[in-house]
Design a protein around this ligand. Structure first.
Ligand SMILES: [Zn+2]
Ligand SMILES: [Zn+2]
Ligand SMILES: [Zn+2]
Length: 300
């Protein structure tokens, strides 16, 4: 399996458009420190690709990693290298990039997501929602498919996926989640296994069991501390309240787990892992874990 990190930042990326904090300032000065919104491209043969999430930075990410049309294979000048998309949840940093596909040719790219997310994004033909109204994206350019958490689906030849519900988005009093529930994804090919949970509110025993024995676990590094926003921005919301396990805690929970590689992604600009003067990035590396960067390629 080949996993290419298209983006490794949280909702606003790094730098955020309106922010002059030290991390954003450093990233403005040094392009290597920039992080676009989180997403990965997964391939088995290097030719066909599945995206996990479609970020607002999608077009630039595809260009940056060379996932661009091959002229010799183009029909009427168009060629698509994205064979399917899996969406984790309805927050904008994970799905609004689908609008990018509404250009010149209807490739009918399959988009798999939990039922409430498909409804939130597309509605139905009689009562369309956001993407259904944007250039008739739903019927022409991508094809929405409901993925439930009970089965395993063959996405490409030899690449299987299972979606499973995780805690992240707000749970309302009626039991539903807003704007949608959140899925983690497990992808398998040739006996190799990736578990991807870029936005993760709780590292439960069930999830730890699932991750055990996998080749790669990618997870949430939005915040280091639970009270990070209070410390740094004066916002009285904790990391857990915002649906993110703080890395300070997940590092300890993952220390002795049987996983080949653990890679943190979805970093917020406030995370002290981005500060070379702080010890946090070293704590992660000394535990044997890695920090994703845009364009990173992982093969296993
Ligand atoms: Zn996110
Ligand atoms: Zn900032
Ligand atoms: Zn989110």
């Amino acid at each position: 399996m080949i996993v290419t990190v298209l983006g490794s930042g949280s909702n606003g990326g790094v730098p955020q458009w309106d922010c002059c904090c030290p991390a954003c300032t450093r990233a403005r000065e040094d392009p290597r420190l920039r992080r676009t919104r989180s997403s990965v491209a997964v391939s088995v043969d290097g030719a066909r690709h599945v995206l996990v999430d479609a970020s607002p930075d999608l077009k630039f990410q595809l260009e940056a990693v060379g996932l661009t049309p091959i002229p010799d294979e183009a029909v009427h000048g168009r060629h698509n290298r994205v064979d399917a998309v899996l969406l984790t949840h309805g927050h904008g940093d994970h799905c609004v990039g689908l609008a990018e596909f509404s250009t010149g040719k209807s490739f009918e790219i399959p988009v798999h997501a939990p039922e409430d997310l498909i409804r939130f994004l597309f509605g139905d033909p009689d009562d369309s929602n956001f993407f259904g109204d944007l250039g008739r994206l739903a019927s022409n350019y991508v094809t929405p498919h409901v993925l439930d958490d009970s089965g395993r689906l063959e996405l490409l030849d030899g690449l299987h996926v299972s979606g499973f519900e995780i805690n992240h988005t707000d749970r309302l009093e009626d039991g539903t989640c807003f704007p949608s529930s959140t899925f983690g994804y497990e992808l398998e090919a040739d006996g190799s296994r990736l578990v991807y949970t870029s936005d993760l509110g709780l590292l439960t025993n069930n999830l730890l069991e699932r991750v055990k024995g996998s080749d790669l676990f990618m997870l949430d590094a939005t915040f280091w501390w639970d009270d990070e926003l209070t410390r740094l921005s004066g916002i009285r919301k904790t990391s857990y309240e915002l649906g993110h396990v703080p890395v300070e805690e997940s590092v300890e929970m993952l220390r002795d787990l049987d996983v080949d590689r653990i890679v943190y992604t979805h970093l917020n600009h406030t995370n002290p892992m981005l500060d070379p003067m702080q010890p946090m990035a070293d704590i992660v590396k000394n535990a044997g874990f890695e920090i994703a960067h845009d364009g990173m390629t992982i093969k296993f």
